[in-house]
Design a protein around this ligand. Sequence first.
Ligand SMILES: O=C(O)CCC(=O)C(=O)O
Ligand SMILES: [Fe+2]
Length: 346
Amino acid sequence: MSVCPPDSTKNVLQMSIDGDEPPRAYVVEGSAIGGAGQIPIIDVGVFLPSSSPEPEVLESELGKLRSALAKEGCFQAIGHGISSSFMDKIREIAKEFFELAEEEKQKYCPSDEDNDKFQGYGNDVVVSQKQVLDWNYRIFLQVFPHHSRKLNLWPNGFREILEEYVDNIKLVMEVLYKAIAKSLNIDEDSFLKQLGDQSPMNARLNFYPPCSRPDLVLGVKAHTDGSALTILLQDKEMEGLQVFIDDKWVKVPVLPYALIVNLGDQMEIMSNGILKSPLHRAVTNSERMRISLAIFQIPEIEREIGPVEGLVDEERPKKYKNIKNYGAINYECYQKGIVPIDTLKI
Ligand SMILES: O=C(O)CCC(=O)C(=O)O
Ligand SMILES: [Fe+2]
């Protein structure tokens, strides 16, 4: 959720420009500690309908997919078919927005007429005095279905490019849901059926200004995504994403034209806990701003989702309750500081 930076306090960007020490509200112990580790790389090209790989190649890639999502909960996807020049275009419009003067950016804050305060430009909503603030600001937009878009909150230039990007990502996601199902030996539409064909997609464009003390703050605090799947376009140069694997924070290296696929809580639920929604966070650095664009896909709000029948048996009893509108549960838990998926464990 977004709110515009309050006038009374200095915003993150101004503190970054002035080289301020982060105020206490932003401080998290042990922020920048992260080490090298393995983040799997998967050629998703073999899953595309247009490709006809040798059966052994397909089997091997499906095996990698299953093991990556069961262990790390994420991977770097190559062979996704989105051109490098188009990925750079997205990065360009993001940078152009970032470079606008603050008054210009504030035009994209939700106004009183926008009944939906989740969309537009802003920062974290402060829900409690104890909340640690993220060293970032962002634009959050509903991008699918089309009638949910609030185009008055879309910065200039976003309309054509973001829309085309989302269409591409939607296709990649569809291919992934089918491949993931195949890798688990269940009907390839098992997940797509639960999502529905109007399953909403949201875009979150994150800006992380440099911080004079990256060891004291986080760009985004540790969290799991409440989505079914998330696809993240990382910054082309600056590393920052870390994933919690085997009790350690592992740095995700920059592969400029790969897309990071992150399994969300709702796929963990639908897979009956076989696949894992990983804890992750973003760190900052003292040199350069970092930008990332996350596209989240969630099931249709009124649909009930739950563990796929074919993944429940005596050996693996149903692990999660069926639910509707996980987003609401996620938000409520966030306010109370509890882990949302844990509230659904049987
Ligand atoms: O910027 C990143 O690398 C991570 C962003 C993220 O986790 C999110 O937006 O949910
Ligand atoms: Fe995330």
